[in-house]
Design a protein around this ligand. Structure first.
Ligand code: THU
Length: 139
């Protein structure tokens, strides 16, 4: 599974975003170390704060299904109804969730506009000096 393939899966997941309030639609595809991919989309709420990002949807699906080791995530996002025109970087809360389960030196974050336009980062590049407590899971 390479970055382009993961971005394609994230674009597919983005179609399922529930965004009646912002109209900003995000998709994510998270590759577990055993090769299984967990997708996610953002899910908004009338009370606003219960809204969850696409990345955390994917992580929480994976962890709740027993996965704790991850290789990479692809993220795509932008205003609904058209293809993404900009790269959509994960918010700070999602970066911190990645920090809990992923090695910042090796975990890859692919940002895509399409499967022909992909940028690759490590978690460390997007979250320098990230906090990982004593109990952090680095399976
Ligand atoms: N959002 C994500 O799903 N992931 C990101 O990385 C950035 C923001 C969502 C949250 C909200 O539903 C919408 O995009 C606008 O902030």
């Amino acid at each position: 599974m390479n970055g382009k393939e993961l971005v394609s899966l994230a674009l597919e997941a983005r179609r399922r975003a529930y965004t009646p309030y912002s109209g900003f639609q995000v998709g994510a595809a998270l590759l577990a170390s055993d090769g299984i991919v967990y997708t996610g989309c953002n899910i908004e709420n009338a009370a606003f704060t219960p809204t969850v990002c696409a990345e955390r949807t994917a992580f929480f699906k994976a962890v709740s299904e027993g996965r704790r080791a991850f290789a990479a995530i692809a993220v795509v996002g932008g205003p609904g109804g058209k293809e993404p025109e900009e790269f959509c970087a994960p918010c700070g809360v999602c970066r911190q969730v990645m920090m809990e389960f992923c090695d910042p030196d090796t975990f890859k974050i692919y940002l895509g506009k399409s499967d022909r336009s992909v940028r690759e980062y490590t978690l460390k590049e997007l979250l320098p000096l990230g906090f990982a407590g004593e109990g952090v899971n680095r399976a």
